[in-house]
Write a protein that binds this ligand. Structure first.
Ligand SMILES: [Zn+2]
Length: 250
């Protein structure tokens, strides 16, 4: 496939992918800091709820000369498919951007999902009427025979830390690093202690949050106690008085 995909960059610069000025019509994010731990935190002007908090952030490096980086990750397995169904939410703009993706599961991780189960869950989330495809301006398609724009990996905590570096995932968190979303299988299996909205909603959060970074969104913050948390809030860390929410749209 000749269309470009996200460029692999394993440098510290990539951690700044969410920095910059919003170019969408939503409220701008006010400030950005890189924490000592290397995790990106964006202080946002929060609107009432959810996706309206978000501003699309430009990437700091040149995507015009992109290369497809994603050979299958060593030690991971996937389901071979030429091109899966288009995941479009409820409507599809004819000019929608297509992002191809592949799902890979680390071989031998204890208690993790099968590749088929992981793929099924991820496809359901990406094509959900409240997911990133809901506005109709982008769509996802599972591929594996061609290098995808995005690889979504389920991995052990140790492997997450290795693949997410220089981001510091502390054996606990997940990340988006270059063309990879790397999900911590322990969070996939058990969520986080302060999450009381069920594992299905948590997995939706896990997928939507990290795919949101791939789409260029930075972090958002709880606007007010009792409100639904924006999906780009670091809800695995804390809810800050907001209600758990796994979806970018209402
Ligand atoms: Zn994040």
């Amino acid at each position: 496939m000749s269309r470009p995909c996200w460029k692999s960059r394993q440098t510290a610069t990539d951690a700044q992918v969410n920095l910059g000025t919003g170019k969408q019509s939503g409220p701008p994010l006010a400030a950005a800091v890189l924490s000592a731990a290397g995790l990106l935190l964006l202080a946002g002007l929060a609107a009432a709820q959810g996706w309206r908090n978000l501003a699309l952030q430009p990437c700091p490096f040149d995507y015009s000369a992109q290369t497809c980086a994603s050979d299958v990750t060593p030690g991971f397995e996937f389901i071979p498919v030429d091109a899966g169904v288009l995941l479009t939410g409820e409507r599809l703009d004819p000019d929608a951007v297509l992002h191809t993706f592949r799902v890979e599961v680390e071989i031998g991780i204890f208690g993790g999902p099968s590749v088929a189960d992981a793929l099924s869950t991820i496809e359901a989330v990406l094509g959900h009427p409240r997911g990133w495809t809901a506005r109709g301006d982008l769509t996802f398609q599972h591929v594996s025979s061609a290098p995808p724009d995005l690889s979504i990996l389920l991995a052990s905590p140790e492997t997450v830390d290795r693949l997410c570096a220089p981001l510091d995932t502390q054996g606990y968190l997940s990340c988006r690093n270059g063309p990879r979303v790397v999900l911590n299988v322990e969070r996939w299996k058990a969520g986080v202690p302060h999450w009381d909205a069920g594992l299905e909603e948590y997995r939706a959060y896990l997928i939507n949050h990290e795919v949101g970074h791939f789409l260029g969104f930075g972090h958002a913050f709880c606007a007010k106690a009792g409100a639904s948390a924006p999906v780009m809030q670091q809800q695995s860390v804390a809810l800050d008085g907001c209600l758990p929410n796994g979806w970018p749209f209402r």
